[in-house]
Design a protein around this ligand. Structure first.
Ligand SMILES: [Zn+2]
Length: 458
């Protein structure tokens, strides 16, 4: 897995600038890799994976990571790094570290042929056997060192550390940037539901009642083929009440990404259903994914990549709590544990884990996203956990001024923000671009050694 790369110094500010949208030319990022090797390293409080001239290791265990020592910045806002932050962001978000890491799943379902056999017979297995096999396969989940449980913010922390270095060199002079969310909201929150079986589909009206009573709207991912009948009435009733419809896989057999030719055949069907459902978003079955193929699906946004996937059959995780571009597609990562994993793998019926995750995401001002299946909250016990979650979400929303949004709204905002610019207009900074009236200027500054953000006064 370790490869050489030739020596070069080059500009590499793309992803850092996309994250903050600071004024053009105010910061430069330069990379000097030397003959760096590829692996894990530590940069401030974040863990990176990529080529790094200050040393790397093939193991992601914290205690063994080489530390970046040669990062420097000067007072003109030029930052020089021994690694390429674009490469590192891409490696983490696209889970490229995973095949290189030692944290691969062991256990009875890890070999691919056994996994394929398992998903072929899965639907014939009694639920208690299925759950037993899943727990056995995931038994080592709490010993996986990377990504970090229960939320990994490596990409977000890398950008924060870069910002700290830039601000240090500016002698504490704050740097303006376009705030992450519209109207100065401190973070974002979205609720999604994958509809798995006919029983889940039939529960959707009650689910809408519960969600609306708590003051939210959510997105429903519908399986187009084989699982259950999808009627125009169902899609219309979801939309009429202000909820969103998205496509959930094609037939949910767990084989979407298994083979390229078959994938392309299915991708054409999925594109057809996106149009048919008037949907823009997609989530795959069982969060199976291949970030290199996502652009073939023709969706505007995908929601199939978990932040940390220790409890999912395909492990890994995108290590960020923010939306990001995968080519033309916006990825809206799933940043909290799925209800199925909470109830059936962890066997918990409390909000502790979800609230811990919300707290960690809010500290970075990221996107809180939930996937609650109507099929898994049919029992009175599970439903009461969901109702408690809705109350907790509503309390968080009010207390922290969160933006409760539909996935389509987050997609639209993130695309607009990526094109906005801060410009000086008669000695005053202002934001230009479509949607600028919703955007706000913020300042990144240092309090002692600590990075803080302040919204500019209106
Ligand atoms: Zn599903």
């Amino acid at each position: 897995m370790v490869t050489n790369r030739t020596s070069e110094v080059r500009a590499a500010d793309l992803e850092f600038r996309n994250h903050y949208r600071y004024p053009t030319g105010s910061v430069g990022v330069h990379v000097s890799l030397g003959s760096a090797l590829c692996g894990f390293f530590r940069f401030g409080s974040s863990i990176g994976f990529g080529h790094c001239a200050d040393g790397v290791t093939s193991e992601s265990k914290n205690s063994k990571l080489p530390i970046v020592k040669t990062a420097r910045s000067d007072d003109s806002g030029q930052l020089e790094l021994p690694f390429d932050p674009n490469e590192v962001a891409d490696n983490l978000r696209r889970e490229r570290y995973y095949s290189s890491s030692t944290s691969q799943g062991s256990g009875i379902l890890s070999a691919s042929w056994i996994r394929n056999a398992y998903y072929t017979v899965r639907k014939f297995l009694p639920v208690h056997v299925r759950k037993y096999l899943q727990r056995a396969r995931l038994a080592d989940w709490d010993r996986i060192p990377f990504p970090s449980w229960p939320v990994d913010v490596s990409v977000d922390l890398m950008f924060e550390e870069m910002m700290r270095l830039v601000l240090n060199a500016r002698g504490g002079s704050p740097l303006p940037f376009i705030w992450f969310w519209p109207h100065g909201h401190s973070g974002a929150m979205m609720l999604t539901h994958d509809v798995e079986e006919a029983a889940g589909r039939d529960f959707c009206p009650v689910l809408m009642d519960l969600v609306e009573t708590a003051g939210f709207r959510s997105s429903f991912q519908i399986i187009p083929e084989e699982r259950y009948e999808v009627t125009t009435h169902l899609l219309d009733s979801l939309r009429k009440r202000g909820h969103e419809v998205n496509v959930h896989d094609l037939n949910h057999d767990g084989h979407l990404f298994r083979e390229r030719t078959e994938f392309l055949r299915r991708a054409a069907r999925i594109r057809h259903y996106l149009q048919d459902f008037r949907a823009e978003g997609f989530r795959s079955a069982i969060l199976y994914r291949n970030s290199e193929w996502i652009n073939d699906l023709g969706c505007a946004y995908d929601m199939s990549i978990p932040n940390v996937a220790h409890l999912d059959p395909q492990r890994g995780g995108c290590c960020t709590t923010f939306p990001y571009f995968l080519g033309d597609v916006i990825e809206l990562p799933l940043t909290t544990t799925q209800d199925y994993s909470l109830f059936h793998i962890l066997q918990k019926h409390t909000l502790d884990l979800w609230e811990q995750q919300m707290k960690a995401i809010l500290q970075r001002h990221g996107l809180i996203s939930f996937n609650i299946h109507p099929d898994y909250i049919l029992s009175r016990q599970n439903r009461s956990v969901f109702v408690a979650l809705l109350a907790s979400m509503a309390a968080h929303r009010q207390r922290y001024n969160l933006w409760a949004a539909l996935p389509g709204e987050v997609n639209k905002w993130w695309r607009m923000r990526a094109k906005m610019e801060i410009v000086a207009d008669g000695g005053r900074l202002t934001i230009r671009g479509q949607g600028a009236e919703q955007a706000q200027i913020a300042y990144a500054a240092l309090e002692g050694d600590r990075l803080v953000y302040r919204l500019a006064d209106q």
